[in-house]
Design a protein around this ligand. Sequence first.
Ligand code: MN
Length: 227
Amino acid sequence: MSNHVVPAPDVTALPTEKGGTFPVRRVYCIGRNFAAHAVEMGHDPDRDPPFFFQKNPDNLDPSGTFPYPPKSQDVHHEVELLVALKSGGTGITVEDALKHVWGYGVALDMTRRDLQGEAKKLGRPWEIGKAFERSAPVGPLRPVSEVGHPGEGRIALSVNGTLRQEGDLNQMIWKVPEMISYLSDYFELRTGDVILAGTPAGVGAVTRGDTLEAVIDGVGTLTVNVV
Ligand code: MN
């Protein structure tokens, strides 16, 4: 018998490829994790410590439809590897980190670039550009037992059949175990946490009517219609 004074919100649960859902607790996203993307955004790629922002769990959307959001004229696609954690903790070592991964998926870190740019300029938080409704389309998740731990493989995104983004997971500046370890020094990671692992070069604007096709070799594909 719940003692809530209002109805409890639903837990976001992402479909997995073979049935069953993955309930989401938190969403951590790394910035500038591919050198070529850091350069296109006007930064030097280097091994400065990584930085993360968060989206909200209910921003994740497996529907395959992306409604163009309000208050922006410059919404960009960013194709990313999604890492889904089955367990967590604090002070996780790089060597132990992959034990905590349940599986992987293909995701888009959709970004209101104009609002993000303004926030950067003013030294304000990024949520207004990043953590809006349905801002992270995701494909079905697949378990480690099927896909292993993909450390390399093509990651790409096409818009209406034209290739826009392309890179390889082996170009990530911070690898998945390093991201898990780093995050666990600052936060307590737990079951249901997910990480979006950064985007390769070629980000660009979408418009209503576009069809986005994202692929990560060995992980899966994701098709999203912008409406
Ligand atoms: Mn991103």
